[in-house]
Design a protein around this ligand. Structure first.
Ligand SMILES: C[S@@+](CC[C@H](N)C(=O)[O-])C[C@H]1O[C@@H](n2cnc3c(N)ncnc32)[C@H](O)[C@@H]1O
Length: 243
């Protein structure tokens, strides 16, 4: 069994629903995930950035606007690559490659920063990719990523407004299937410890571990803010390649 995480986004109906959801005013990506990513990234000026599972490269545009030297997105979905190519059209130093991150030939000592936002939980094998990321970073380079929180991936239930969450099968790592936006998503669950160990085993000094604790100012309503205080949605790790 080897599902490709991008298949879901190449179904046109799933893709449209996903892109619409990202426009919601209080969508979880903008209110919970992106603020932490920016905090973990720090200064991006003059940095060479690689983005794994880059989606429509909206974040690439933000990085380029903030002065990163070059942005390369790796993206497995045809629909996403098309959207990304449009978005990056006006930027000389921004590009996206249509391929799986497992298949990319990672150049040695090439990037200052590797990011991956909400894409690594689609991979069955993160260990090999983490080693490739380590070798593609320059000395002192940083790897920052977010994934769906393991308490969520352990027990994938049909999506909807979450008010409480029963965690089950947490220590049974591996394949999971979820009905989402009218389609079927294929993901791989691993524990917090698995992610942490994979970073260390690839050679990273793990510098930060974060969860998506909500901050009131990022929400338009008290109601959503209070709801988001109940269940953790995202996990983040940041590591550095030793000098
Ligand atoms: C939830 S979306 C996030 C997109 C973007 N990183 C963002 O935060 O806006 C996950 C993305 O990862 C891509 N993806 C999943 N598995 C992948 C793989 N093995 N190689 C490359 N891209 C992959 C999907 O096609 C999708 O665009």
């Amino acid at each position: 069994m080897n599902f490709h995480g991008s298949d879901f986004y190449d179904d046109n109906s799933n893709f449209e629903k996903y892109m619409q959801r990202r426009q919601w005013q209080e969508n979880a990506n903008d209110t919970l995930e992106k603020p932490v990513i920016w905090q973990l990234l720090g200064e991006v000026l003059d940095r060479h950035v690689l983005d794994l599972g880059s989606g429509d490269a909206g974040f690439g545009v933000e990085l380029l606007e903030k002065g990163c030297a070059a942005y390369v997105g790796i993206e497995g979905s045809r629909n996403m690559v098309k959207a990304a190519t449009n978005q990056l059209m006006d930027y000389n130093h921004g590009s996206v490659l249509h391929m799986r991150m497992e298949d990319y030939t990672y150049p040695s000592d090439a990037y200052d920063v590797v990011i991956s936002r909400l894409a690594l939980h689609y991979l069955e094998d993160i260990e090999t990719v983490f080693h490739s990321i380590h070798q593609t970073l320059k000395p002192n380079g940083r790897f920052v990523f977010s994934v769906e929180h393991p308490v969520i991936t352990s027990t994938l239930q049909p999506s909807g407004t979450r008010t409480n969450w029963v965690v089950d099968n947490y220590f049974i790592e591996g394949y999971r299937e979820q009905q989402w936006l009218g389609g079927t998503v294929h993901k791989y669950h691993r524990t917090i410890e698995d992610y942490f160990n994979a970073m260390q085993e690839a050679g990273f000094i793990v510098e930060r571990l974060r969860e998506s604790k909500p901050v009131r100012e990022h929400f338009a309503s008290d109601e959503t803010y209070e709801r988001r205080r109940r269940i953790p949605l995202f996990l983040f790790l940041a590591g550095r390649k030793q000098d």
